[in-house]
Design a protein around this ligand. Structure first.
Ligand code: AQP
Length: 338
């Protein structure tokens, strides 16, 4: 490719932003909803990937573990195959423009909008004391997205509402202060946009789900995965069909298998004679899908200095664009230039 065609491609490229919160250990939903789409499209889009460590401060957290978790998430994303020559990977707290823009966007967000967020309602109900950051972090997420002139945000279904808020804030800010932000749109995976907890298929699989028995963590050993899937809740019909309303547990297993093999959950339902065969087949698919990631993770985690170097390089590469956007917003909102 000549420098000219490369430049043209970069100018016309769709910009994508992906963020992952190091609030626990990475789980299968993170891989299917966010990590895989980022990797799959990194060569045809201008993709930026962040470990959004400030988001991990929104609920009670263990300060002794946060840095290590941030590094672990970065290592998992690299192990999953992100090519950081194409897509910079960095820690959100290393790029100060994120918090700089956050405050300006708070001034363009209504209290009721933040208060309406489903995740705020769900997570605040589980806390003894609710941190103000839990209410305002979707605005920080809007800042993450808007700093990079993002066109598309690949996420799982659970994050759709937050991306829509980012979109609303961008539109309102542009209308009030002038054209500063690109208005982003949400991109959901075609299959398995919402992987459910194996022990309770009415709630989503999440890294901090109590007990973790229904969560497949990306670094789980094969025997742990087998045990979790063998105990997955199904139903008494013993008919393998994709029917999320009436057979949520079975449909969830089919979605996982379909997402990992690039097929359709309705089509593969016929491959399994009964629930035993379904569970054993899905186990094999998950174990095989995670094997290369786990092998690569073992290699990379032996060299944390290199991973930290990749994060530092990523922060350096994205900071200039982030500062440019922040300065545009500062000027538009009427602040005296420094
Ligand atoms: N169950 C899921 N199905 C599909 N996508 C999912 N994602 C998370 N769970 C599922 C997607 O993973 C990306 C990163 O999410 P996050 O780290 O910002 O936090 P989250 O959405 O709150 O994910 P968790 O794992 O459930 O964390 P906790 O337990 O801390 O709340 C997002 O794109 C998300 O959609």
């Amino acid at each position: 490719m000549t420098p000219d065609t490369l430049a043209t491609q970069l100018l016309t490229c769709t910009r994508r932003y992906t963020g992952l919160t190091p609030s626990g250990n990475p789980q299968l939903g993170n891989l299917i909803g966010a990590i895989r789409p980022a990797i799959a499209d990194a060569d045809s889009t201008e993709t930026v990937v962040a470990i959004v460590d400030l988001h991990a401060l929104t609920v009670e957290h263990d300060a002794r573990q946060l840095a290590e978790r941030t590094l672990r998430f970065a290592t998992v994303i690299l192990a999953a195959g992100l090519d950081t020559r194409q897509a910079p990977l960095y820690a959100q707290s290393h790029v100060s423009a994120h918090t700089g823009l956050h405050y300006l966007l708070e001034a363009a967000t209504h209290y009721g909008e933040a208060h309406r967020m489903i995740q705020f309602k769900e997570k605040s109900a589980k806390q003894e004391t609710v941190r103000l950051a839990l209410l305002t972090y979707p605005v920080l997420m809007a800042s993450d997205i808007l700093l990079y002139d993002t066109d598309e945000v690949p996420v799982g279904e659970d994050q759709r509402q937050h991306v829509e808020l980012a979109r609303d804030i961008a539109i309102r800010f542009n209308r009030t202060y002038g054209d500063v932000f690109t208005v982003p749109k949400v991109v959901l995976p075609e299959v398995a946009a919402r992987i459910m907890d194996l022990t309770d298929p009415t709630r989503k699989m999440g890294k901090t789900n109590a007990g973790g028995a229904g969560v497949i963590f990306l670094l789980d050993r094969p025997d742990e995965i087998r045990k979790k899937i063998s105990r997955a809740v199904t139903d008494s019909r013993n008919s393998v069909a994709y029917d999320p309303d009436n057979q949520p547990g079975v449909s969830n297993l089919l979605s996982i298998a379909a997402a990992l093999t690039g097929t359709d959950p309705e089509l593969i339902a016929g491959d399994f004679a009964g629930y035993g065969a379904l569970k054993s087949g899905v186990t094999d698919i998950v174990v095989e899908a995670l094997r290369p990631l786990q092998v690569r993770y073992a290699e990379l985690s032996a060299d944390p200095t290199t991973v930290r170097g990749i994060l530092a390089d990523g922060a350096h590469r994205v900071a200039e664009r982030a500062d440019r956007t922040l300065n545009r917003a500062r000027t538009a909102i009427g602040l005296l230039p420094a």
